[in-house]
Design a protein around this ligand. Structure first.
Ligand code: SF4
Length: 331
């Protein structure tokens, strides 16, 4: 089956001014740098990395909420990177986003009904009985009472507001939903409820998700495959089972070692004895040469400082970019 979404060479650089008042100069902030990625129909691709690695920017690029500097995205057989405004608006029906901050993402002056119905109106539906019925169905699907429709966002808890955000994203029945850290701002007790809700809705509506998180623990439950991102690059991609059992990239190993385990039997092979990641992520204004992880990698070698490692296949569907990895022999 063809991929629902395929990104190749996707790049986003921002021009920023650096230096003091008298020595101002321009530099490129390399938020996303040549990413190749596929998302299969019906799967959840987890996208994980520390704050500042470019994962939210990549999520927005994939559905063209922001324009790319270079590269292209094929979505459902259509190249969306070069679509004009009218065609892009039509394509957007099938690509929606759930934002991280359920407090900031909702307009405080709009009722729940207006909030959830707005995408329908933007895409040409009338504010009539059919639209109100669609809102009723979405309220039911996300577990909110019918009486919620005439209330306002400030009257709800964080978890309930995220349910409103999910209802708004799904009312157009999209194919792909980018979930941009949808549980990061919520209490731990509420996070599992929202992840379970997204999982149930995926089954019910046949959705495909890109699920962005900064913690490999959060995406484990919901993901089919996982991509790990570091400083604007995807450094490892694998199906969930393979990635958690046999992480190949030292960065993935360090991320996994930092996920708390509650019982020794849950210790993951490949992370035992691995040092936890230390130090800050370098600036995307001047990424390290060679392998971008070399300034923090416990296994750094001279070649790592000069040569950028290519993505290598190591096992079915498992790829990572590291000089330590022996690639599968050619077939
Ligand atoms: Fe570490 Fe070198 Fe592998 Fe980069 S290429 S992750 S620096 S061993």
């Amino acid at each position: 089956m063809p991929a629902l979404l395929e990104a190749s060479g996707l790049t986003k650089h921002y021009d920023v001014e650096t230096g003091g008042f008298f020595r101002r100069s321009k530099a490129a902030l390399r938020a996303v740098d040549g990413v190749n990625l596929t998302i299969e129909p019906g799967e959840t691709l987890g996208l994980v990395g520390e704050s500042g690695c470019g994962k939210s920017t990549l999520g927005r690029l994939l559905i063209r909420l922001i324009p790319a500097t270079a590269g292209r995205v094929m979505f459902d057989g259509m190249e969306i990177t070069s679509l004009g405004p009218k065609a892009l608006r039509a394509a957007r029906r099938a690509m929606q986003i759930v934002f991280q901050d359920p407090f900031g993402a909702l307009n405080p002056r709009m009722s729940v009904e207006e909030t959830i119905m707005e995408p329908l109106l933007i895409h040409g539906s009338r504010r009539g009985a059919a639209s109100r019925d669609a809102v009723t169905r979405m309220l039911d699907m996300v577990g909110l009472a019918e009486s919620a429709r005439h209330r306002f966002p400030h009257e709800f808890s964080g978890g309930q507001r995220q349910r409103i955000g999910i209802a708004r994203a799904l009312i157009l029945r999209p194919k792909l939903v980018v979930c941009d850290e949808p549980v990061s701002a919520l209490d731990v007790s509420v996070q599992a409820q929202i992840v379970n809700l997204l999982s149930d809705l995926q089954t019910e509506l046949g959705l495909t998700y890109l699920f962005i998180a900064h913690d490999l623990g959060v995406v484990k439950h919901i993901s089919t495959r996982v991509a790990v991102m570091y400083l604007g690059k995807v450094v490892e991609v694998a199906d969930k089972r393979s990635l958690y059992a046999r992480p190949l990239h030292p960065y993935t190993q360090a991320l996994l070692a930092s996920v708390p385990v509650t019982h020794p039997s849950q210790r993951r092979r490949g992370t035992i004895g691995q040092p936890r990641i230390t130090g800050d992520i370098p600036t995307a204004l001047a990424p390290p040469s060679g392998c971008r992880f070399h300034t923090r990698c416990p296994h750094v070698m001279p070649i790592c400082r000069t040569d950028e490692p290519a993505m290598r296949q190591s096992g079915a569907g498992h790829q990572a970019a590291c000089h330590l990895i022996a690639a599968d022999p050619p077939m």
